[in-house]
Design a protein around this ligand. Sequence first.
Ligand code: ZN
Length: 749
Amino acid sequence: MKKALTLFILFLLVITFYAQVKKHPCSAASIERKKSLIENETPYYPGDAFIDVTYYFLDLNITSSPDYLTGKVRVDFQPSGLLSLTEAFLDLSDNMTVDSVKLGGVNAVFTHSDNKINITLDHSYGQGETVSVIIYYQGVPSGGGFGSFEFSSHNGDPVIWSLSEPYGTRDWFPCKDTPGDKVDSSDVWITADDFFVSVSNGTLEAVETNLDGTKTYKWKNHHPIAQYLISIAMTNYELYQVPWEYSSGNFMSVDNYNYPENLDSYREGQLDKVPTMLQVFSDKFGMYPFVDEKYGHAEFGWSGGMEHQTCTSLGYYGTSVIAHELAHQWFGDKITCADWHHIWLNEGFATYLEAIYDESQNGFSAYQNDIASEMNSARWANGSIWVEDISDVNEIFDGSRSYAKGAVVLHMLRGILGDDAFFDAMNAYANDPDLSYSAATTEDFQAVVEEVSGKDLEYFFSEWIYGENFPSYSYHWSYAENNGQYDVWVYINQATNSNPVFFTMPIEFDITTTKGNSYRTTVFNDMQEQNLFLMTVNNPPTNVTFDPDNWIFKDAQYVPVELTAFSADQKDESVLLNWKTATETNNKGFFIERKSSFVQTNSGWTEIGFVDGNGTTSERHEYIFSDDSPLFGIQKYRLKQVDFDGSFDYSKIAEVNFDAPLTFELEQNHPNPFNPSTQISYTLPFGGDVNLTVYDMLGNNVETLSEGFKPAGKHTVEFKRNDRLSSGIYVYTLKVGKYFESKKMMLLK
Ligand SMILES: [Zn+2]
């Protein structure tokens, strides 16, 4: 399914990016898959888990004046497990009225409430025994445009159509309303006024004219089909057939049912492209799955497309929508997501195949543009691709997550595996004997890809399907001469994410050298902070490009200074900061910034010093800065690394809990005696209003050195004599609330 207009809205995303340096690389936290969350959920929500449906036969009588549906639907099913069945339920909206339920031609006991028909079976049915139940019902199916049955009009003429995904099938026929349990085949008969050309899945077996002037279209689908892929579409269609030669001398018809007023405008531009699309997808993913029946489009009133099996409903005839719905015939219809948690197996795949078709017609750069566009959309994805809340239709069909990010995941998988293994794996999945014409979960897909590629991809699926967001890398490269050659290294650091904490990915790099040569190499980044050897080259490298072909959905930022360590530790009455660089480029130096947890000073980062850098160097350097007036309690420090051109980056934060003193202390000034100035220090166990004043021996106020609120910690002030002061003894006094202490000092002129 694809809604045409909303998916084209582009958003801008502003990402605040802080380069962070991690002191201790931590191992990948194992990601608990969310499978456990659904253990207690009814399998294949919301259908009856105890039945296995095998056949639907819809015999529908539909009128447009008034809007009305009268139906006779046969559903065949068997016990799904070892337990024998004495009762079962089918899903049917309470909006419809059930007239009777028959088993073997005899009325069965049933109730119809909570959108379920509960049926008491005529006897106990054991394993392998088929229940064939016929439900007679009528009413006006609910409408609304999404997951519904619609009575509408075009050009003043009536048009009637269904769009059942995800929970709308029960609105118009009794079924087991889950995608995971397909029937083996289905029949849809539609009787209506002879104005209508009525279209459904599979092949048209007969069109019969009835005595009352109505016509009955008898459609037969010979393949397994999920309930939501069964459709009807009916109006005064004109049929436009385009042949597709799928093998030498063998043709399948692409049947386009269009509103007469629209056919000409769609014909050459769009509809004639479909055989090419069929060929492109068949070459890559195996023969079109329903080649023995047909493919086609039935125009309807919803602005987008819906991949009804062999008979896509289409309201918008754009190339990408046409390719998308056709792609679903493999991924969605032939292999259907087992439940809506795994909807990306439908929508992510169909969205990805839009880019594959574009690539086949317009080349790899067109493909790359499509992927870049999906990545932009995927930045808006919230939560995991595995849909947590499948009761919410908008969660299931979240465009940025199930569609865009799902497509991006396949793109990344292609990057990891390479083209050959990737397309082999996609083909193997589409044709897997246990999954094709059946249903699959993410784990099924993963197992096929691992089998074909021989790679363990647990990290990939855990992070990208069950995790959230995307990696944010900062990186720095450097090289060292080695016997006339040059060893090139890259340093990678990832910002901390919620789940996973960081991403494990192979990353490709492009190295260019002074001779203009270019080399590609891939390294496996499996730590949050990592120094990785890239390769040895013959000439000094001039540039190293991170992921040059954009295989990874990410942010990546080059940082000019490779900081390998940064720590803060208490040493006596100071906090000692220590950091190391492996290489530096154009580094002017480091501003040291501090932030205190102490409430009155918690107003932000304060600059407390600057240390010169070493410009451009590939030598290792160690730096030390001593904060001699630290505040007490938890102190945070960070480095603001500044280039000569003014650009800057922040380091990660180093933290220290500086021990609070137990008492007030007023220290002896130093130097003492002094001339012309001396330092006076005091420490406070908690913040308070202080007064530090110098008096002469007669008690005259010479100068107040410190006044007002001071936070806990050590404070140092300077006293400078003025010319009027004579040599001799002076007294300095600290008052903080009830605390009071004085000391003497000597000025020697
Ligand atoms: Zn779709």
